[in-house]
Design a binder for this molecule. Structure first.
Ligand code: FMN
Length: 148
């Protein structure tokens, strides 16, 4: 079975809620995933996994959360060729750079050689209504894509 890792940052719980629903989706698809907070991870951990999901809220003016900064810098040192990956996160359309941290993670993973198997999933604040199922579907599809 593919080894899957989900790493996220969440200040007020919205990206955490997305992570939980995505994890549910992976498990519904028969997969298993290790879930970690970004502040507890260094980027070389990614080398132990076949499938990588990164989640982040957006901070400042379209910036990564502070707790992602070291990890993001360390990504420049790892070769992610052969890894399957996807990114997600919560933002707020009140801000000009909506959920821009998700794009920063997408671009960085692709630059390091990961195969981005899903379009980024960006939500406004917390997952509600159909968005909850969209998060589960994101996890299910990722689990399917990361096999083999
Ligand atoms: N959301 C965006 O989409 N773009 C931003 O540039 C942005 N900047 C923010 C700056 C500050 C100081 C704060 C408090 C929030 C900002 N947000 C921005 C909104 C958060 O990303 C949003 O509330 C998100 O749902 C928080 O996710 P979390 O609950 O996982 O922490």
């Amino acid at each position: 079975m593919s080894k899957l890792l989900l790493i996220y940052a969440s200040m007020t719980g919205n990206t955490e809620e997305m992570s939980e629903l995505i994890t549910n989706g992976i498990e519904q698809a028969g997969g298993e995933v290790t879930v970690k907070l970004v502040e507890d991870c260094s980027a070389d951990l990614l080398l132990d996994y076949d499938g990588i999901m990164l989640g982040a809220y957006t901070w400042g003016d379209g910036e990564l959360p502070d707790e992602y900064l070291d990890f993001y810098e360390e990504l420049d040192e790892v070769d992610l060729a052969g890894k399957k990956a996807a990114v997600f996160g919560s933002g707020d359309t009140v801000y000009e750079q909506f959920a821009k941290a998700v794009d920063l993670l997408q671009d960085k993973l692709a630059e390091r050689g990961a195969q981005m198997v899903l379009e980024p999933l960006k939500l406004e604040l917390n997952p509600s209504g159909d968005e909850r199922e969209a998060c589960r579907a994101f996890g299910k599809t990722f689990a399917g894509s990361a096999v083999g």
